[in-house]
Every structure is written in C-alpha cells, then in structure tokens.
Design a protein around this ligand. Structure first.
Ligand SMILES: [Zn+2]
Length: 413
C-alpha cells in the first residue's frame, strides 16, 4: 500500500496532535489578542466638544471644554487646532478624560475660522476621531440706528423707538422712564424692531433718556439713547358718587384681586404679531362722560387714582365695535368691569371694553376694526349706561385718544 504508508491508527494519532496544535496556536493568540486591547480595539474613540458651536460668533477668550473616552484601548492623544495652528496638544493615557482650554482669539483676524479637535486612541491602529466646527471671530460692535416716534410726549400718551441693527443680535434691551420695554420685530423686516411704551399720566414732566442696548452674537455691545420730553397735560379732578347698592364693590378686595388674576391670565396669551392697522376708532357713538387720566376719588373711599380709559355714554344696547383689528383674549363677566371684552392687537397693544349689557364675541375670535363685540350696559362698577374704553401698551394704561391720531406704524407696514 504505497498510497497509505501509515496505518489507520497512526493516522488518527497524527490528526489528534495536529488538531491540538492548531487549537493551542489559536487559543494562544486569542488570549494575547483579547488581553491586549491595543491590538484588538476596533472602536473609534468618542469626543465631545463644548463652548464653541458650529456657525457661532465669538470675540475675546473662548472657554472650550472637551471630553473623550475610549473604553477599549484608551485615549492616546488629544490635539486641537484653529485653522492650521495647534492650540492644544497633549498625550493622555486614560480610558476617559476631560479638560478645558481658554482659547485667546485676539491673534485671529475677524471672519471665518475652523476649529478641529482630533483624538487618537492607544491601539496599534491609532484610531482617530475628528470633530470640526466653523466659527466666526467678530470684534465689531453692532451698529444701531434709533429714533423715537415723538420727541415730546404728553403725560398719558404713547411713544416708542424704532431700532435698526446691521447684524443679528443676542439681546436688545430698551429702558424708558425706569421700565424695561419689550422690543418686537417689525413685520417683514429683519433686524428692525419697535419698542412701544406708555407714559403714565402720573409721570413727572421732564426730559428722559430712553436707553437702548444691543448685544451681538459674539457679545459685542452698543448702547444708544434718545431724549424724550414728557410734557404736562391738564387732568381735571373728579369725585364719583356711587349709588348705595354699588358702594361695597370697591371694598371687596378678594373679588378685585380675582379680577386682576383673570385679566393677567388672559393677557399672558397676547401675541407678538402686529394685528392693528392704522389709527384706532372710537368703539361707540355717544358723549365722553369721563376722559382719560382724570384724577379720581370715590366719595365713599376706595381706590383713588386716575381714570384708566375713556367713558362713552349712550343708550342701553348701543353696539360696541372693535376699535381696531385684533383677537379676543377675554370675553366674560368680571366683578368691577362687569361684562368685558379684551382685544389683543399684538406687540403689547391691548384694548378693553367694560360694563357691557351683553357680549357679542368669545375668546379666540378674530375681529376686524368695526366688528360689533357687544352692547352697551351698566354692569359692574358703573353708574349709568356707558362703555369704558381702555388701551394699554406693555401693561401701561394710555390715552386712547392718542391712538385715534397716531398709529405707531413705520414705513415697513
Ligand atoms: Zn371708565
């Protein structure tokens, strides 16, 4: 048997030895392989970068933090570059690692740059993870153009700023007569804003500095101010005689507080979009039985202040119309104002109508200028059939007659 020189038994023995040898060989390398993560690692290290974001704008010192981990072989090296220059380069020997760096950008030209962070693991294969973000160095403060609707405003009237900026802002703050004023975007115009404010009829006549502070995305700040003169307006003094059955109303503080809470909750859903167009109309025909701002005191005591709206008196049931386009924020019964409709005209401008006999709209309705929203009555704290018409700007009661002359719109609208 030339072809089979070994006996069957010998052949079996050789095969067993061969198999054992192979098994030992692979087991040996298997053990080595698994005990030596630098060899077996096939996972990319993980890298997170914070403090600089893609598309971000920066100036001065950027505080960047980075964390990396590689559960198998560990982190070998971390390198951070801006454009082609190293700003951080460290050999690490840990599974996970966290560090930060204050990157001084004063040597960088203004404009676009690229930050690249590279982490290399400790495996034989030197596996790499790279994170790159594009960012802008901006050291130029925003340019502001600020003008006021009026340079002289009467006590109780409205004024505001129109602000144009040459770049995107992170914050825009306006302060007028000690209050911070909300800025709203002008419709259809990028980086143009309107900040309306009401001047209290109790504001001291004087020249006021209205301050505007703009901060761009990189943090550069520009401050501009305009001077506004508040001129005195003569407000008459009025003593109100309440009929016996209504005398208790002003002393029910719990009910008055409840009214205030209901109105505050309704105003919370007022919108940012301008709904009014042009000047405001009187909501009803009739005689002005009490003008805005009149200093008031109730004969029987209670709240003594000024009249916050205009009272228009006419027959019971006279239709009351929306003085401008808006959305119904509230339509219901309140304790002091009686049956009330509150309209949102957007951008902090709100009109209210009190003491109605009946309501013609419900919350959420959108109304055009002139839409009938209710009928005149004498509900709540009222001494006869009339509509108390009130306009507030950023929460400040202002003279509605001013809004019949002036629309506080800009050439953008
Ligand atoms: Zn009134």
């Amino acid at each position: 048997m030339i072809l089979f020189p070994m006996s069957k038994r010998k052949l079996l023995t050789v095969s067993v030895y061969l198999a054992a040898a192979l098994l030992a060989f692979f087991s040996f390398f298997g053990v080595i392989y698994s005990a030596w993560p630098e060899l077996s690692d096939s996972d990319l290290p993980v890298l997170t970068l914070e403090g600089v974001s893609d598309g971000g704008s920066y100036t001065g010192v950027i505080s960047v933090t980075f964390s990396a981990n590689d559960a198998t072989a560990g982190i070998g090296r971390v390198r951070i570059r801006i454009d082609d220059a190293d700003v951080y380069d460290k050999a690490i020997g840990a599974k996970s690692w966290f560090d930060g760096s204050e990157i001084d950008t004063s040597g960088l030209r203004e404009g676009e740059h690229r930050l690249t962070a590279t982490v290399t693991d400790s495996s034989l294969w030197r596996l790499k993870r790279e994170v790159a973000v594009a960012f802008t160095i901006d050291r130029t403060p925003p340019r502001l153009s600020v003008s006021s609707f009026k340079t002289t405003v009467l006590q109780g009237d409205t004024d505001g700023l129109v602000i144009s900026v040459n770049e995107k802002l992170s914050t825009l703050k306006v302060e007028a007569l000690g209050d911070s004023i909300v800025c709203h975007s002008l419709p259809g115009a990028e980086n143009r804003f309107r900040a309306l404010f009401g001047v209290s009829p109790l504001a001291k006549p004087a020249v006021y500095k209205v301050q505007c502070v703009a901060r761009d995305l990189a943090g550069n700040v520009t401050s501009e101010s305009v001077l506004v003169t508040v001129a005195a307006k003569k407000f008459p003094f009025e003593v109100i005689h309440l009929p016996k059955e209504k005398q208790g109303i002003l002393h029910n503080t719990a009910k008055i507080t409840e009214d205030r809470e209901i109105v505050a909750a309704a105003l919370a859903s007022a919108g940012d979009v301008q709904l009014w167009r042009g000047t405001f109309d009187r909501p009803a025909p009739g005689i002005d039985s009490s003008p805005f701002g009149i200093r008031r005191v109730y004969e029987t005591g209670g709240t003594a202040s000024y009249h916050q709206g205009i009272d228009i008196a006419n027959k019971e049931g006279t239709p009351i119309a929306a003085s401008n386009a808006g959305a119904v924020l509230f339509a219901g019964k309140l304790y002091v104002p009686g049956n009330t409709v509150i309209l949102d005209h957007g951008q902090g401008v709100v009109s209210s109508y009190y003491h109605m006999k009946a309501l013609g709209v419900k919350k959420g309705d959108v109304v055009a200028k002139g839409t009938v929203i209710g009928w005149m009555g004498t509900t709540g704290l009222s001494t006869g059939n009339h509509c108390h018409w009130q306009i507030t700007v950023g929460g400040q009661c202002v003279n509605p007659d001013d809004w019949r002359q002036f629309s506080y719109e800009t050439e953008d609208e």
